[in-house]
Design a protein around this ligand. Structure first.
Ligand SMILES: Nc1ncnc2c1ncn2[C@@H]1O[C@H](COP(=O)(O)OP(=O)(O)OP(=O)(O)O)[C@@H](O)[C@H]1O
Ligand SMILES: [Mg+2]
Length: 346
């Protein structure tokens, strides 16, 4: 059992930057939670406070009920993997992994057994005698992960561990890490600003903005039911159309859609895949660009006032630049004052 609890944690840096603002989260035993947010939203600062590399200004951090808020990093039952892995290049892989165990004065045969087991786990069995510099970027990142895991931490902390790798390798490694994390059953906090990474790896996603939580939910819920326009715009592609509601109808330029909310301003959110198009002249919108991705097409549309709208279509060949279309959303959400006020399912 390893449960991480973060309660009302705030970090104020000298100079006045509030990097983390009254943040609370509980990560359940064996759970992988992703901190997802734009650059500067406080993800690394939060992770570093859990790892002990940064001190909270206020708040409480516990692991299995034990207060670790001000415990030095080397005393904590946490293992951290950074974006730049900082392996010791003058040592071979085995020595990199054995280092922390030697500090703990484990017997040599126990060290050997644990290092070999963890190398097996990360798919680097037999690589113990390789120099770190003789490994690829992906292999080095796996050694960095192994170096954390070999100490058998209760909580694994990963800060953008794949950021320096190319897209293809990144996708493969995140599957591997997810696999390893589930096999070991280790409670994990994972920082990323890549939404694909968060959506494909996490049990739950925390969407962060300005040091605070915008939404905490399962990936499918964050995608399907974003609670704020920020989350709606941040996860996946979303049309966010500012307009006005009057007598049950939302209007922006020549586009209108029934919306059963009180009169006033509103932001309408429509996924490109939930927007049907009907050819019509002159039409509410004009086709600006057609992109054919083979499996589907993406259309960029313009409302007469210049508002851009994206729609996904099965047969892009049916559309031409300059053509008029009417927009028929199958599902929408609406926001006002930063809160969701309406949602319909497709
Ligand atoms: N040591 C520091 N001193 C002062 N301000 C800092 C320090 N470290 C971070 N900050 C500030 O705190 C805020 C949050 O930074 P943080 O590194 O946690 O963001 P992040 O979400 O990890 O961003 P990124 O995705 O770019 O890594 C930023 O405004 C940053 O400039
Ligand atoms: Mg960061």
């Amino acid at each position: 059992m390893s449960v991480l609890t973060i309660k009302d944690v705030t970090k104020l840096f000298p100079g006045g930057t509030k990097a983390v603002d009254s943040f609370s989260l509980e990560v359940a035993d064996g759970e992988l939670v992703c901190l997802l947010g734009p650059s500067g939203s406080g993800k690394s600062t939060l992770l570093r406070m859990v790892g002990g590399f940064e001190q909270p200004t206020s708040g409480l951090i516990t692991i299995d009920g034990q207060d670790i808020t001000h415990m030095p990093p080397e005393k904590r039952p946490t293992g951290m993997v950074f974006q730049s892995h900082a392996l010791w290049t003058h040592m071979d892989v085995f020595k990199n992994l054995a280092f922390g165990l030697k500090l703990r004065r484990l017997p040599a045969d126990e060290i050997k057994r644990r290092v070999e087991a963890v190398l097996e786990l990360v798919g680097l069995g037999g690589y113990g005698s390789r120099r770190v510099t003789q490994l690829s970027g992906g292999q080095q990142q796996r050694v960095a992960l192994a170096r954390s895991l070999v100490l058998e931490p209760k909580i694994l902390l990963l800060d953008e561990p794949f950021a320096s790798l190319d897209q293809h390798l990144r996708e493969r490694l995140r599957e591997e890490v997810r696999d390893i994390q589930q096999r070991v059953g280790i409670t994990t906090l994972f920082v990323t600003h890549g939404q694909d990474e968060a959506l494909s790896m996490a049990d739950r996603i925390v969407v962060m903005r300005d040091g605070r939580t915008e939404q905490i939910d399962r990936p499918d819920v964050v995608y399907r039911d974003p609670q704020t326009p920020f989350v709606a715009g941040f996860i996946g592609t979303m049309n966010l159309i500012e307009g006005t509601v009057s007598n049950g109808t939302f209007t922006r330029a020549s586009f209108s859609h029934p919306l059963a909310v009180a009169d006033g301003p509103a932001t309408l959110a429509i996924r490109p895949e939930a927007l049907d198009l009907v050819a019509a002249e002159p039409g509410a919108a004009k086709v600006h660009r057609v992109t054919d991705y083979g499996t589907h097409g993406l259309l960029d549309l313009n409302l007469p006032d210049g508002t851009r709208v994206k729609a996904m279509v099965d047969h892009p060949g049916q559309f031409k630049n300059g053509q008029g279309v009417n927009l028929a959303p199958r599902a929408v959400a609406a926001y006002r004052d930063n809160k969701q006020i309406f949602r319909s399912e497709a």
